[in-house]
Design a protein around this ligand. Sequence first.
Ligand code: NAD
Length: 429
Amino acid sequence: MSSLGPLSRRSFLVNASTTAVTASLCSPPTARAEVSLQANDGTDQLGKQNKVQLSQIHGPSEQNEMAPEPSLPANKRVGFAVVGLGRLSINQILPAFGASKHCKPAALVSGDRAKAMKIAAQYGIPESSIYDYKTYEQLAANPSVHVIYIVLPNGMHEEYVVHGAKMRKHILCEKPMANSSVEAERMIDACSKAGVKLMIAYRQQYEPHNRALRKLITDGELGRLRGFLSTNSQQMGDPAHWRLNKALAGGGCLPDVGLYCVNAVRFLSGEEPVRVSAQIWQPKDDPRFKEVEASMSFTMHFTSGLQATCTTSYDTHKSQSLRMEGTDAWAEMSPAYAYHGNKLKWSKLDKGKETQFVPQLEEKDQFALEMDHLAECILKDKPPHTPGEEGLQDHRVMEAIYEAAKTGRLVEIAPPKGPTRAQELQQTA
Ligand code: NAD
């Protein structure tokens, strides 16, 4: 059996322990901001030298209490401008800075100044670092901003990413990356030309339970992968919300929540789907679904023999689960894609008896882990684990799913340009 304990605690965050690093937060010549991880005494501030571990006071039968890994001091942290102060920013992202080790909120961009002032006061952001959509480009001159985090409706991602890259700031962009693969390619191109990093915020790829399942699979515990079943659905209420507007959302449940199923099977298996069949449901008499689909089901086929059957809906009670079936074992997560409380169990024949294992993993803030990963990539000049190309391939898969649903045919999916998924994971995981 795999040892899942250590994985959940430490091996997941890029090991920031030993080498002293001096890196450019904004690498291009303009708006250059140097940061040094070198402490005054010459030690690495992220390194073991700064870790304070107190002696244990309990007996040998008790679990040791571990000190946290060292954090960067406030004046060395990577500064984020959060663009769009909606539900995700206010309820998840901004509170996650409290759990982050390397990042801090440095600026806000919002159309509602009164709301932004209240949020800025809570997070210690100066009034001079509050912008609106018309003054967005003034972020270029703010030296405390190293990363722009785009948390706007999907149809606005391209414009704000491309302008952010032109300002020579690194970019973290919410999922789905854009409204189409064409937009996604332009975003990758803009960031590459500007020499800035582009990461897509696939938080579940940084979440301990999803990571643990990926490790079970790569350790061979499940054998050869044959079946993946997943659903990600929720009940939409407000018919006027942008998620039901095609121009702002790009589609309905598929790009918003169904995307998690697509990305999970790619991440967990390390394989790329090669063709897909699909069905779509868009009721004519429901005002919520005038422009976008209510539900979809689709089956992705892989050359290894793996088949992934997924459902997604904007018209069912919240439901988020996955099941990976291999030749030697199965694993389930329910919930699989939640902000909190994800659960993993797996089952195999053990000493002649079918046995279920329920790894006890420490819950961590996925948003903090994801932001800290980007900060480390910037400080150490490494490619992010979920770069723009990851978002681009999901758009290609989703476009094939829509085409399959429209035509009733099996639709081929173009392979990713550049390294395969498995090669990328080896480089960055
Ligand atoms: P939201 O509706 O709560 O917030 C959107 C924000 O954009 C609001 O502050 C709104 O005022 C602003 N905005 C600016 N121009 C707008 C326009 N023309 N129309 C509508 N709003 C406009 O949405 P959200 O749930 O915060 O989602 C934002 C992004 O985050 C989306 O891309 C979404 O897919 C993504 N998201 C990701 C996760 C995740 O778990 N990673 C979860 C939820 C949302």
